[in-house]
Design a protein around this ligand. Structure first.
Ligand code: ADP
Length: 199
C-alpha cells in the first residue's frame, strides 16, 4: 500500500466500545503509530514514574487524569511521530477542555478524521465484565465501570457534537462482534479518505 498523505485519526467512544482494538488494527493497516492515553498511563503507573504516581488513583477509581497531564503526554507523542506518516489517537480528548487544548493538533486546516464507536450501555457492561476476568484491570470493577460509563454519558455527546459541527465525525455502529465492527470502521475510514475499501 502506498502512503499518499499522512493519516491522522482520533478514535472516540465509551469505555468497552472497542476503541483500543480497532485503533490497533487501523494503525497496523495504515502503518501509523497508535497513541493510546490509557495504555500510556498504565505504563507510567507500572513503571512507577512520577506521573504514574500522580495519576494512579484517578485511573484505578475510574476518574479522569488532569487535562494538563493528558495534553502534555499526547503532544509529546504526536510531535515525536513522523508528520508525513501521521498517527491514531485513542483515549483523548475526553473532556471539552482537552479538545480545545489539542485543537491545534487535531483540527486546523487539515483536520484529523474522528471515528466514534456507538455501543449501548448494557453491551458495554457485558464487555467490561468479561474484560475484568480476562485482563484483571482494576478499573473494570463493576462500581468503577459505572463511574466511567456515567462520565462518558456526560461528556461524550458534547465531544461528538464538536466534531460533528466541524464536519469530521464518522459514527460507526460498534455493537457487533470484532470482525463486523472492523469492516464498518474500515468502510468509514475509506469513505473519509476517499479510498476504495476493496484494496
Ligand atoms: P476506557 O476507554 O476503557 O476507559 P482507557 O484505557 O482509554 O480505557 O483509559 C483508562 C483510564 O485512563 C480512564 O478511565 C482514565 O482514568 C484514564 N484516562 C485515559 N485517557 C484519559 C484522558 N484523555 N483524560 C483523562 N483521563 C484519561
Amino acid at each position: 500500500m502506498q502512503q499518499q498523505q499522512p493519516h491522522r485519526f482520533v478514535m472516540l467512544g465509551p469505555p468497552g466500545s472497542g476503541k483500543g482494538t480497532h485503533a490497533v488494527q487501523l494503525a497496523e493497516r495504515l502503518s501509523v503509530p497508535h497513541i493510546s492515553t490509557g495504555a500510556l498511563l498504565r505504563d507510567e503507573i507500572a513503571a512507577q514514574t512520577e506521573l504514574g504516581r500522580q495519576v494512579g488513583d484517578a485511573v484505578q477509581s475510574g476518574g479522569l487524569v488532569t487535562d494538563e497531564a493528558i495534553v502534555q503526554m499526547v503532544e509529546r507523542k504526536i510531535r515525536s511521530a513522523d508528520a508525513d506518516v501521521g498517527w491514531i489517537l485513542d483515549g483523548a480528548p475526553r473532556t471539552l477542555r482537552q479538545a480545545v487544548l489539542l485543537a491545534p493538533l487535531i483540527e486546523g486546516s487539515d483536520p484529523a478524521i474522528v471515528i466514534a464507536l456507538d455501543v449501548d450501555n448494557d453491551e458495554l457492561r457485558r464487555r467490561l465484565g468479561r474484560r475484568r476476568t480476562d485482563e484483571q484491570r482494576a478499573d473494570d470493577d463493576p462500581d468503577v465501570v459505572e463511574r466511567r460509563l456515567a462520565l462518558w454519558d456526560e461528556i461524550g455527546p458534547r465531544l461528538l457534537d464538536r466534531y460533528e459541527q466541524r464536519g469530521v465525525l464518522h459514527r460507526v455502529d460498534g455493537s457487533g462482534d470484532i470482525e463486523e465492527t472492523s469492516s464498518r470502521v474500515r468502510a468509514a475510514v475509506d469513505a473519509a479518505v476517499g479510498r476504495d475499501s476493496s484494496i
